[in-house]
Design a protein around this ligand. Structure first.
Ligand code: FPP
Length: 249
């Protein structure tokens, strides 16, 4: 599959909803946290797949604002897993020239998780290859409200005039920073929804839903299949087919 991918037409920004860990674990007769542990292998393989191809931005929905409502034991298990994995992975991230970032209400994470995260971000900040962003305690509506507050502050202080609020200005305040809007969004686990993820950035994303695959089963070959499928789609951005440049893969 990798050979069929057109490297000059890669999605610049891929976002993933890593769904189905709990159901995968249940299928094995195990606790839900077992599924999250196995999801780590999928995360690593996906990151390596992106590095292998030269994808610039990968954003993973790791923990949503709504996930705080899960049973306490599961939330604690995910936080422990996060602390362990983020710490252990720094050498590999550096080896692969991957810059780690995080978006979301980081202040709401347990102190130990926040510290490990910020340390790892610091240790990888000069890397220039893939930007790997973990969405943690994140939701799209939360982010839009945060942007609105920042813009309101600027208007209030006189730094920004209302008539100068444009889509570009709004985008510049998003947590994803300089990352372009999402080109391809992949969701495993069979559900066909956005689940409050990157609501602004997904405006023109191609959506790729995997009906028969839980996140712990996801490997780079699935990533390559998704990218190949993405490259077969016609992205019109509201135009007609005839208006598009005729360069086709
Ligand atoms: C969704 O599956 C998965 C999560 C809410 C957690 C995902 C977290 C990881 C894979 C750990 C990631 C760690 C790093 C360092 C990136 P689900 O629990 O909603 O599954 P279900 O839909 O079958 O219940």
């Amino acid at each position: 599959m990798k050979e069929n991918i057109n490297l000059s037409n890669l999605p610049k920004h891929i976002a993933v909803i890593m769904d189905g860990n709990g159901r995968w674990a249940k299928k094995q007769g195990a606790m839900r946290i077992f599924g999250h542990h196995h999801g780590i292998k999928s995360v690593k393989d996906t990151v390596e797949g992106c590095v292998e191809l030269g994808v610039k931005y990968l954003t993973l929905y790791t923990f949503s604002t709504e996930n705080w409502n899960r049973p306490k034991l599961e939330v604690e298990g995910i936080m422990q897993l996060l602390i362990k994995t983020i710490g252990e992975e720094v050498p590999d991230l550096n080896k692969n020239n991957v810059r780690l970032k995080a978006i979301g209400d980081i202040e709401s994470l347990p102190k130990s998780a926040r510290k490990k995260l910020l340390d790892s971000i610091e240790l990888t900040k000069t890397n220039t290859g893939l930007t790997l962003t973990l969405a943690l305690s994140y939701s799209g509506k939360w982010e839009i409200v945060e942007v609105t507050k920042k813009i309101a502050q600027q208007v209030k202080s006189g730094a920004l005039a209302i008539e100068n609020i444009t889509e570009e200005v709004f985008s510049s305040f998003l947590a994803t920073g300089e990352a372009p809007d999402v080109d391809l969004m992949i969701r495993t686990g069979g559900d066909h929804r956005i689940s409050n993820y990157l609501l602004w950035q997904l405006a023109y994303a191609e959506l790729y839903f995997m009906d028969d695959l839980y996140w712990p089963e996801f490997r780079r070959q699935h990533l390559f299949e998704a990218i190949y499928e993405y490259q077969q789609r016609e992205r019109r951005f509201g135009k007609t087919s005839e208006q598009l440049p005729s360069v086709k893969v």
